[in-house]
Design a protein around this ligand. Structure first.
Ligand SMILES: Cc1cc2nc3c(=O)[nH]c(=O)nc-3n(C[C@H](O)[C@H](O)[C@H](O)COP(=O)(O)O)c2cc1C
Length: 372
């Protein structure tokens, strides 16, 4: 067992000792305590003590043997950086533009359901926390609230994540509601004809209450009949940019470009669907080589450090998404915890830019990676 494997196993053991037995966050930290959190891994440790074991398994678990879950993290650790010295890094420019929208820094909140299991602030806390950090939130269609209510709590740009549901008219209506509410891009998750075998989560089956899913027509919301034709259909009426989330094969990326979508999100659903697929950071360069800059690429899965963002950008991403880390922030400190997680990651990214001698986003290219 590698040192990394051992530390992950240790973390799981530690978490199974979590003392909380209630369903929601019981030991939310005060502002002063939040200030002491040093890093995203530190937040994960703190969150483990604040979140019930059942909710922890739900948010932390992956599919089956969780091999891809480990790979998503490990793959970043194997990529080495190549810093340049004596570069003026006194002024950093971390801005990126996506679909005409300017982001102050290239970190988004990937869509996650189940936020209400982590903290009573739930979906609204995430929206407020993201807004305070000036980061784009992708509202999940499996949120426990109607998309309109979440948008109302947001103070920064929001996008909407869509599962194309069995009832296409319901789906069309949902898209139009999200547009009318002010969502500025549609992120269609295309990797989920079914949920994966989430064994860790299922061990706690029945221990979390049923929650409302008001953006779905029924509990049986995943439709295995969805194909590229549905993407054409969606684009025939969507007024906002359409991105496809969950692509890891370059051939699919090529079809997506030809289908006219506005962007691709390289994602393996946080390793929650199909186990033993590659880490997203290993898929990214292949996708990027095929897309050839025709449309922007985003990536998520395993981003925990500012240096991970430098690596993702060097390998072809315009921006990155995080999932579990902001849920850890939510569990530890509600909306303020979400903000703090984003601030820490942003600060680490800036530090990584300084220390690699790359003061602008454009200067982050393959040359920042040590040759393999
Ligand atoms: C608890 C949880 C719920 C999620 N729910 C959704 C969802 O509703 N829709 C979706 O497209 N992705 C969902 N995801 C996947 C995330 O959008 C994202 O791809 C993943 O969390 C990124 O990996 P990371 O957690 O290592 O940052 C979920 C992930 C987690 C951990």
């Amino acid at each position: 067992m590698s040192v990394i494997d051992a530390s992950i196993v240790l973390c799981e053991i530690e978490c199974s000792r979590a003392v909380c037995i209630t369903l929601l966050s019981m030991q939310a930290k005060t502002g002063a305590e939040l200030e002491k959190a040093l890093s995203l891994p530190h937040f994960a440790e703190m969150a483990c003590d604040c979140i019930s074991p059942a909710a922890w398994a739900r948010l932390e678990g992956g599919a089956a043997d969780e091999i891809t879950l480990r790979w998503n993290l490990e793959a970043y650790r194997h990529i080495r950086l190549r810093p340049r010295v004596l570069v003026d890094v006194s002024q950093l420019d971390t801005r990126v533009t996506l679909f005409g929208q300017e982001l102050p820094f290239p970190i988004l909140l990937s869509p996650t359901g189940a936020q209400g299991f982590v903290h009573t602030d739930g979906d609204l806390g995430v929206a407020r926390g993201a807004g305070a950090a000036e980061a784009i939130l992708i509202i999940s269609s499996s949120a426990s609230m109607r998309v309109e209510e979440v948008v109302k709590a947001a103070t920064a740009t929001v996008w909407f994540q869509l599962y194309i549901q069995r009832d296409r008219e319901f789906t069309r209506d949902l898209v139009q509601r999200a547009e009318a509410a002010g969502c500025r891009a549609l992120c269609v998750s295309v990797d989920s004809p079914s949920h994966g075998a989430r064994d860790r989560e299922y061990r706690f089956k029945g221990q979390l209450p049923d929650r409302p899913l008001p953006n779905f027509q029924s509990k049986d919301y995943l439709d295995p009949t969805v194909t590229w034709k549905d993407i054409d259909w969606l684009q025939s009426f969507a007024k906002i940019p359409v991105l496809l989330k969950g692509i890891i094969d370059p051939d699919d990326a090529d079809i997506a470009v030809q289908a006219g979508v506005s962007g691709i999100f390289v994602s393996n659903h946080g390793a929650r669907n199909l186990d033993t697929v590659p880490a997203t950071i290993d898929a990214l360069p292949l996708v990027s080589a095929r897309v050839q800059g025709r449309i922007p690429i985003l990536v998520d899965g395993g981003i925990r450090r500012g240096t991970d963002i430098v690596k993702a950008l060097a390998l072809g991403a315009t921006a990155v998404g995080i999932g579990r880390p902001y849920l850890h922030g939510l569990g530890v400190g509600g909306a303020a915890g979400v903000t703090r997680v984003l601030q820490i990651l942003r600060r680490e990214f800036e530090l990584a830019m300084m220390l690699t001698g790359r003061p602008t986003i454009a200067s982050i290219d393959r040359s920042v990676l040590w040759p393999t």
